[in-house]
Design a protein around this ligand. Structure first.
Ligand SMILES: Cc1cc2nc3c(=O)[nH]c(=O)nc-3n(C[C@H](O)[C@H](O)[C@H](O)COP(=O)(O)OP(=O)(O)OC[C@H]3O[C@@H](n4cnc5c(N)ncnc54)[C@H](O)[C@@H]3O)c2cc1C
Length: 247
C-alpha cells in the first residue's frame, strides 16, 4: 500500500480490550478532524494471514492540532488485530492520506450538533471535539455515548474534561444494571425519549452518527422517525465492526 510510513511511539489500554496507538505524525501529513485512513500493519512475525488481510479503515482519533496521530481499536481475533496487538514502540505502520466527510460544517453554519456514538465509534468524535476545544468553538455540542458497560467507555475522562463553552456528554450504558449516577447518565439504548430529554429543538440540530453498522442503522431510523431531514444526518458507519456480545 502506498502512503505514509508512521512510527509507533507508544500504546496504552484506554478501555477494556481497547488499545490506543500513538504514532509520530509525519511533518507533511494534513487531515481534517473526523476523517479516516486505510491503515496497514506489516506481518513482522510471519504469521499466516487470514483472507481479510492486514489493512483496515480506521478513524484518526487525534485532532489536527495535536502533535501525534492517534488510532484506537477494540481487540479482535483477526490477523490484523493480532499483528496490531504485537506492535511496540519503534515499529511502523502505513497509512493513506486521510479521507471522509464526517466533518463539521464551516463556522458560517453554527447549528448545534448532536453526536450519537457507539463504542469505539468515539474515535472521530474525540478528534472533532479536541479540535473544537483548541479553536475555542462557540458551537453547542451534545454527545450521547453508548456502551455496554462502564468498562467499555473509551476516552471518557478526557471527554468529560473538555474545555468547551457549550458541551454536554451523556453516558448511556445498554447492559449495565448499576444504578445511574445523578447527572447525564442513562441506562438502555439511545432512544427518542432520551434524545428529547437532552436536546431542545430536536429539528434544529445537526446529527452525527458513528459506530457499528447495526448501531448506525438504529440511530438513523430513530432520526428518520423524528422527521430529521437527510441534510441534517451525517453517518460514519464502521463497516466490518461487529456489535459485541455482552460479557
Ligand atoms: C470509516 C471507518 C472508520 C473506522 N474506524 C475504526 C476505528 O477507529 N477503530 C476501530 O476499532 N475500528 C474502526 N473501523 C472498523 C475497522 O475497519 C474494522 O472493521 C474493525 O475494527 C474490525 O476489525 P477486525 O480485524 O477485528 O475484524 P474483521 O476481520 O474486519 O471482521 C469482523 C467481521 O466483519 C465482517 N466484515 C469485515 N469486513 C466487512 C465489510 N467490509 N462489510 C461487511 N462485513 C465485513 C467479517 O466477515 C467479520 O464477521 C472503521 C471502519 C470504517 C469503515
Amino acid at each position: 500500500m502506498q502512503g505514509y510510513q508512521v512510527i509507533l511511539k507508544e500504546t496504552r489500554d484506554v478501555a477494556e480490550g481497547t488499545r490506543l496507538f500513538v504514532f509520530e505524525k509525519p511533518a507533511e501529513y494534513v487531515f481534517t478532524a473526523g476523517q479516516y485512513v486505510a491503515f496497514a500493519v506489516p506481518n513482522t512475525s510471519g504469521i499466516e494471514v487470514d483472507p481479510r488481510g492486514l489493512t483496515r479503515s480506521l478513524s484518526i482519533a487525534s485532532a489536527p492540532c495535536e502533535p501525534d496521530l492517534y488510532f484506537a481499536m477494540r481487540q479482535g481475533e483477526s490477523s490484523f488485530k493480532q499483528m496490531c496487538w504485537q506492535l511496540k514502540a519503534g515499529d511502523t505502520a502505513t497509512i493513506t492520506k486521510a479521507v471522509g466527510f464526517f466533518l463539521l460544517p464551516s463556522d458560517s453554519d453554527m447549528r448545534p450538533v448532536v453526536f450519537l456514538a457507539g463504542g469505539i465509534g468515539i474515535t472521530p468524535v474525540r478528534s472533532i471535539l479536541k479540535q473544537a476545544e483548541h479553536d475555542g468553538s462557540k458551537r453547542s455540542f451534545t454527545l450521547l455515548y453508548s456502551n455496554r458497560f462502564a468498562k467499555d467507555i473509551t476516552f471518557g475522562e478526557e471527554i468529560n474534561a473538555l474545555d468547551l463553552e457549550r458541551f454536554r456528554a451523556i453516558t448511556v450504558l445498554s447492559k449495565s444494571t448499576d444504578a445511574c449516577a445523578p447527572l447525564n447518565d442513562e441506562r438502555g439504548y439511545i432512544c427518542q425519549p432520551m434524545l428529547e430529554k437532552y436536546v431542545e429543538d430536536i429539528l434544529g440540530h445537526l446529527y452525527y452518527i458513528v459506530g457499528s453498522p447495526e448501531f448506525s442503522d438504529a440511530m438513523e431510523q430513530m432520526l428518520i422517525g423524528l422527521g430529521i431531514p437527510k441534510e441534517q444526518r451525517h453517518m460514519d458507519p464502521f463497516t466490518g465492526l461487529r456489535t459485541q456480545a455482552a460479557k
